[in-house]
Design a protein around this ligand. Structure first.
Ligand code: PEP
Ligand code: MG
Length: 659
């Protein structure tokens, strides 16, 4: 028996809804299939369901055959038509994003150079501070198939070995899911991997290959490539990304078969120095950051996302070591100086004592700064300088409040989008922004609209291949071309504005029309919310000044926006034409270069003349050596990593005392 319906599941049957659908289907004895465009797949396989790529508002047919077919049809059709009803597990779309991403702190990048001592390497000073601890090398090896042809009598044993390995991987993932410490975002990721491991698409394919005489490791590698290729071929950006999940599960099974352990960041010992060629910001954000003593990487520059995450968590980091990082693969202990960009391999006793002293002195300095937590920095002329925090998730609210942040000067919304397997809903965004507004009211919370481009794609947005993604379709450019995504965010912000002092700023602005077009969309959203009877409030609209074009038209822009926030990270790279991620040009990527300082001054002048607030949220805002200069230029808001706030307040107070 069968029934057809229109799918009302938001964004279609992607990972979590597919899993829920499978869970429901497995509760029935009947064979159940889902049919789309004449193609039928088992409703008890989440991989097959995902590969069917069922989208919201598409017509599908559910077919059931067995004793409880009527009940199965009713339940499954019910889910497709009303996915929220009757489900109490893992309200995935409700949980605000976790973690990561901030800014500020001194640490200008220094150019990587050749080793200047047998055991001393130089890289980019990416996150200030000193650390010394055991090295934790994170260089996951590639796994190659063994290419062994099995004898007939070996096959059964190899299948048993394979099944045991799959069981072990599933158990490991179930264990991870049972941990309370797992954030909602991470739980979604692990659950999706567990579903793949538990699904017979991958395992069935691998078993078929073993039966054909392939050894288990080769079979898993081939099977994972086959299934991953199917995901890659689907015309859906989100499903394409699942190919990586399949490879990740395949890798785990192979490691168990080989009796090896993957180098996992989960196991990093307390205080260890993480050594890697590259770490995805995503992996780092999910790592037990509290346990990491320091980070050393072959890749990355002072404003790369690894650096930003490290700074936001107060973890000293030296990046951009290039091939030199290989010298650290076998190190036992490592000392690192995140201010100078030095790394010392297996330091001798004298160096150890020196670093231990520096770590202690830094802790003392931090303790001495706590008196500035509650200080409101005021200049001799009575002007108050707002020292605010840059954060990227609700989890960082506490750190910002603890530091004494006078609001949020930059809430990076990208992580909210990156941490989910589909575009975050308006409700979920509204809840997140409202939580921020409430936490800091009456101080302002400046939310930056989505600032993303092809260099870090996210599920649900198809980015073109671009030769220069940093000069391409990103930030406000992408948002204006995708009003469906942009309006969802603007509506969420208008709704959240009811709960506190929300301000909104646009990234990567280079033309006045971008502000005007945004205003039209804001007006449209306001009218829609009014017509729908949804509570909402207005917000101040400002722009980031981070392109040379924005600096040059600042006097015109200032007449149409409520505030400026200078993004020195991008402004420096665009003024100096020096890629902020490229360690080889790190020397040029210097905010103190007269060209950049003059751009900042021009912006400040234009803003002050128009009577609007001029702030700064690039990393330079947290540099005590530059704060007085910025304040003298007329800036009245400085937003930075929570870790830099007290030192910045101290610098402003010192300046005020000097008159
Ligand atoms: C900047 O460019 O200065 C900025 C604050 O934004 P991001 O570092 O996120 O590009
Ligand atoms: Mg920027």
């Amino acid at each position: 028996m069968e029934r057809s319906t229109i799918v009302r599941v938001h964004e279609g049957l992607h990972a979590r809804p597919a899993t829920r659908f499978v869970k429901l289907a497995k509760g029935f004895e009947s064979d159940v299939e889902l049919v789309k465009d004449g193609k039928a797949v088992s409703a008890k396989s989440s991989v097959k369901l995902m590969l069917l790529a069922v989208k919201e508002n598409q017509e599908v047919t559910v077919r059931a055959n067995g004793a409880d077919a009527i009940e199965a049809l009713e339940a499954l059709i019910g889910y497709l038509e009303n996915p929220r009803a009757g489900l109490d597990d893992e309200a995935e779309a409700q949980s605000p994003a976790n973690d990561a991403g901030q800014e500020a702190a001194p640490a200008p990048g220094s150019v990587p150079a050749a080793p200047d001592g047998a055991n001393r390497l130089r890289g980019v000073a990416a996150s200030e501070g000193f650390a010394i601890g055991p090295a934790f090398a994170h260089f996951p090896p590639d796994i190659a198939g063994q290419g062994r042809v099995l004898r007939a009598e070996e096959i059964e044993g190899e299948i048993d070995r394979f099944r045991t390995a799959v069981g072990a991987v599933q158990a490991r993932m179930d264990n991870a899911l049972a941990q309370d410490s797992l954030s909602a975002g991470d739980r979604g990721i692990v659950a999706a991997l567990r579903d793949i491991a538990a699904d017979d698409s991958l395992t069935g394919e691998a078993e078929g290959l073993i039966k054909g005489g392939n050894d288990a490791v080769s079979a898993v590698i081939t099977a994972a490539s086959t299934i991953a290729a199917e995901f890659s071929a689907v015309d859906d950006h989100y499903l394409n990304a699942r190919a990586d999940d399949v490879h990740a599960v395949g890798r785990q099974i192979c490691l168990v078969l080989l009796g090896q352990d993957d180098v996992s960041l989960e196991n990093i010992p307390e205080g260890a120095i993480l050594i890697a060629d590259d770490i995805g910001a995503w992996d780092l954000a999910r790592a037990p950051l509290k346990r990491i003593g320091g980070v050393v990487c072959g890749h990355g520059g002072a404003t790369s996302h690894i650096a930003i995450i490290a700074r936001s968590h107060g973890i000293p980091a030296v990046l951009g070591l290039g091939g030199q990082v290989n010298a650290l693969r076998t190190a036992r202990d490592v000392a690192l100086d995140g201010n100078a960009g030095h790394v010392i391999i297996d330091p001798d006793e004298a160096t150890r004592a020196d670093f231990a002293g520096r770590v202690e002195a830094a802790a003392k300095e931090r303790a001495g700064l706590t008196i500035f937590k509650t200080v409101t920095p005021k200049l001799a002329d009575g002007r108050i300088i707002e020292v605010a925090a840059n954060i990227g998730s609700l989890e960082e609210i506490e750190a910002a409040q603890e530091a004494g942040a006078m609001g949020i000067g930059l809430f990076r919304t990208e992580l909210l989008f990156m941490r989910h397997m589909h575009l975050p809903s308006e409700d979920m965004q509204a809840e997140t922004y409202a939580a921020l507004a409430k936490a800091f009211a009456p101080y302002p919370v400046i939310v930056r609209t989505l600032d993303i481009g092809g260099d870090k794609p996210i599920a649900g947005i198809e980015f073109p291949d671009e030769e220069n993604p940093f000069l391409g379709w990103r930030g406000i450019r992408m948002c204006l071309d995708r009003p469906d995504i942009f309006k969802r965010q603007l509506r969420a912000l208008l709704r959240a504005a009811v709960h506190g002092n929300i301000k909104v700023m646009l990234p990567m602005v280079s033309d006045l029309s971008e502000v005007r077009q945004t205003r039209v969309l804001v007006d449209e959203c306001t009218a829609e919310l009014k017509a729908e009877g949804v509570p909402h409030a207005t917000f101040d609209l400002g722009v980031m000044i981070e392109t040379p074009a924005a600096v040059l038209i600042a006097p015109t822009l200032a007449k149409e926006v409520a505030f400026f926030s200078i993004g020195t990270n991008d402004l420096t790279q665009y003024i100096m034409a020096a890629d902020r991620l490229n360690p080889t040009v790190a020397k040029l990527n210097d905010v103190t270069n007269p060209a950049v300082m003059s751009a900042i001054e021009m912006t400040a002048k234009a803003g002050v003349a128009a009577g609007i607030m001029v702030g700064m949220c690039g990393e330079a805002a947290g540099r005590p050596d530059l704060i007085a200069t910025f304040v003298k230029m007329g800036l009245t808001e400085l937003s930075m990593s929570p870790a830099s706030i007290q030192r910045a307040k101290k610098a402003i107070m010192a300046m005020a005392a000097e008159g």
